[in-house]
Design a protein around this ligand. Structure first.
Ligand SMILES: C[S@@+](CC[C@H](N)C(=O)[O-])C[C@H]1O[C@@H](n2cnc3c(N)ncnc32)[C@H](O)[C@@H]1O
Length: 255
């Protein structure tokens, strides 16, 4: 399955090979982050190793044994729960969480240095409604997220994997969308933004394959977005300086 494969492809590097040249410039950046700084992720950052182990024959963890919403503590129990997949350095989470203090946000990021950087940033800013998990998101959502609990899934500037032979590594595709659908609350949504025109066409194609589950809606900019921005994430700002075009949409759960 897609999300199992993604783990194997991790060595492809943070950000993927956008250029199609076989180079992964952000991988080096990821390592330099981890070498230069010691991050304190106490109370904010979680590792895949912190998750309960799946028992033989189990494909999902029993939600009475583990529920990621418990990471936010008893005072925040019952609040809306949102995910960001591929949260990078955590810019969207840090900006958006202060505008929505009544929402619990979990960022999932499989580049460990970025994840730890984001968790340290959240801790330094004493933000109580954001947690970070270092994990492959497809695996985590499949095995550890109970059904019907996620209000919104944010996926901003996901790795485009531009080479045709790598398209199968793209996060946004039909099996993934079907799986996420079951984890969303009624009328929950997936919010997608990319600078990559070919990947956006691919997203539209895969959205059309799940038209039994989702309707496509226009993307409303996040509250944290600055002037002329969709979201205001790190990659959006970098790509805006480069003059790249942006594409975005919302997939709203039917029912
Ligand atoms: C191009 S960056 C975008 C980061 C951030 N969303 C932004 O807009 O600045 C994509 C991020 O997604 C992460 N990522 C890609 N696939 C992932 C997966 N399957 N699970 C968790 N993180 C993933 C990468 O490590 C990378 O940090």
């Amino acid at each position: 399955m897609l999300w199992a494969n993604i783990t194997l492809y991790r060595s492809g590097g943070v950000g993927g090979d956008r250029t199609g040249t076989g180079h992964y410039p952000l991988l080096a950046m990821s390592f330099s982050l981890s070498r230069k700084q010691g991050f304190d992720t106490t109370g904010v950052g979680y590792e895949t190793a912190d998750l309960p182990v799946l028992l033989p024959g189990q494909s999902r963890v029993d939600p009475t044994v583990f529920d990621p919403r418990d990471w936010f503590g008893p005072d925040r129990r019952g609040l809306p729960f949102e995910l960001e997949i591929g949260s990078g350095k955590g810019t969207f989470l840090v900006q958006q969480s202060v505008l929505q203090p009544g929402v619990n946000f979990l960022g999932i990021e499989y580049a460990r240095a970025f994840c730890r950087y984001a968790a340290d940033r959240v801790r330094r800013n004493a933000i109580a409604n954001v947690k970070l998990l270092h994990a492959e998101a497809g695996f985590f959502v499949q095995c550890y997220i109970p059904d019907g609990i996620v209000e919104r899934v944010h996926i901003y500037f996901p790795d485009p994997w531009p080479k045709a032979r790598h398209h199968k590594r793209r996060l946004v595709q039909e099996p993934f969308l079907r799986m996420v659908h079951s984890r969303l609350v009624s009328r929950g949504c997936i919010r997608l933004a990319t600078d990559h025109t070919d990947y956006f066409e691919w997203m539209c194609d895969h959205a059309s394959r799940v038209s039994d589950l989702f309707v496509v809606e226009p993307f409303e900019n996040t509250a944290s977005a600055g002037e002329g921005e969709l979201v205001g994430s790190n990659f959006e700002r970098k790509y805006r300086r480069e003059g790249r075009p942006f594409h975005a949409m919302v997939l709203r759960k039917i029912g």
